[in-house]
Design a protein around this ligand. Structure first.
Ligand SMILES: [Fe+2]
Length: 416
């Protein structure tokens, strides 16, 4: 992360900073690792902790699929119907727990109306992360904050704007949005027809790998991206508005609803190293080699308990006898989750855009029958995919069970 400064700031921290007359702006420090990690300092028109009301909230339903066998999985996340697990109301922007009784039913074959808050489906989780998707069909005015986790959203479909205390970030398909833990914001889609996010929560921050940076933090020449590829928020004029404003807060598997007495995007200036930003997968410059390169060359972000890699269109290996398809491998220390975005996926059959696969620890995986031979002599691949490798076992949820594609675990069987 790099130092950023927006809007109006006093010359020194923790000094008087007047709005008009004797009215002080309210200084708020958002820090990490106690006061020892990166942080930002914001200046608000209104004092931030003003809560009018606190309620529980019916958020994403997470129930563990306890009897799930340890085996490879294929999940079809392109859902067109609403199942029992989506026990949240869809036709209001506010889905408080008290309203869930009258949740509408939906017929198969239709995409139900779901906003950013009610659309989240979580398939895989452990103590350090949750992995899911959201197919969003309507916007909401409710603000959102994750209290316990950093969030990484990959925009598969849709475009729009994420407005937070730090300012405005526009997004488009292929963008990663990195939202630090504790960031208050609101997402609005301008293209809702197929809006879909891949959503990854991590208790530890998503970071740019150290080996991509020099001792001063600057990205190295051999890194697959550079500082110019990262987009940071533009701070518009603050909103000075009193009234009732809704905030939904996610805290692990618990959700809460708050009423604030002022519009929370009332920041006149901020500076620091902690803020949301975006990066587009198409700006990732892949590293290629004479022979098959291992997954770490596809690294894009890492956190303490997981890594995020992405596969992008690239030239294949240039040894005359190279096998471009990956060799079989065993994930002894990681669970491998792959989300297929676009293009032709060279090593797997029966996979489509929006498919998610899980290859757990303890079992080898690799190309399906015929894929190794088919790759020989190929010069390039046009796939886009996002891979999440977690270093602790993942639990499957009942939402994963509902979209699990039968037969995938046996799809490596070769014909006699
Ligand atoms: Fe793998």
């Amino acid at each position: 992360m790099f130092y950023q400064q927006r809007g109006h700031l006093p010359l020194k921290k923790h000094t008087t900073f007047y709005r008009e007359g004797s009215q002080l702006y309210r200084e708020e420090l958002t820090s990490t690792r106690g006061f020892s990690g990166i942080y930002s300092t914001k200046y608000h028109i209104h004092a931030p902790p003003q809560l009018m009301q606190v309620d529980s909230y019916q958020g994403a339903f997470v129930s563990t699929w306890e009897e799930a066998p340890l085996q490879p999985y294929h999940f079809d996340t392109n859902l067109t119907d609403l199942t029992q697990s989506d026990a949240v109301p869809m036709d209001t922007s506010l889905s408080k727990a008290t309203q869930t009784k009258d949740a509408p039913t939906h017929s198969k074959g239709t995409i139900p109306r779901r906003d950013f808050l009610s659309a989240r489906r979580i398939y895989l989780k452990n103590a350090y992360c949750q992995i899911g998707t959201a197919q969003i069909t309507q916007n909401t005015d409710v603000f959102y904050k994750n209290a316990y986790a950093h969030e990484l959203w990959f925009v598969h479909h849709g475009a729009g704007e994420y407005r937070s205390e730090y300012g405005r970030l526009t997004f488009q398909p292929g963008d990663y949005l990195l939202i630090p833990k504790g960031t208050l914001g609101q997402i609005t889609f301008t293209q809702l027809e197929e809006a879909k996010l891949l959503m990854i929560e991590s208790t530890e921050p998503f970071q740019i790998p150290k080996h991509f940076r020099n001792a001063s933090g600057q990205l190295l020449e051999q890194a697959p991206y550079c500082e110019r590829d990262f987009r940071t928020p533009e701070l518009p004029l603050p909103v000075d508005q009193s009234g009732e404003f809704e905030l939904v807060l996610k805290a692990g598997d618990r959700w809460f609803h708050y009423l604030l007495n002022h519009h929370p995007l009332d920041v006149v200036g901020w500076d620091g190293y902690l803020y949301p930003f975006t990066f587009n997968i198409r700006d990732y410059c892949p590293i290629v080699g004479k022979l098959h390169q291992p997954p770490p060359v596809h690294l894009v972000f890492h956190a303490q308990h997981l890594v995020v890699c992405n596969f992008v269109p690239r030239l294949f290996d240039f040894h005359p006898e190279a096998i471009p398809a990956p060799y079989f491998h065993s994930n002894v220390d990681s669970e491998e989750v792959l989300y297929y975005v676009d293009g032709n996926f060279m090593s797997r059959s029966g996979i489509q855009s929006g498919s998610m696969t899980l290859h757990p620890m303890g079992l080898p995986h690799g190309p399906q029958p015929g894929k190794t031979e088919a790759s020989i002599g190929k010069k390039e691949v046009d796939e886009y995919a996002v891979m999440i490798d977690t270093f602790h076992p993942l639990q499957l949820t009942t939402q994963a069970q509902e979209c699990s594609v039968k037969g995938y675990a046996h799809s490596w069987l070769e014909a006699p």
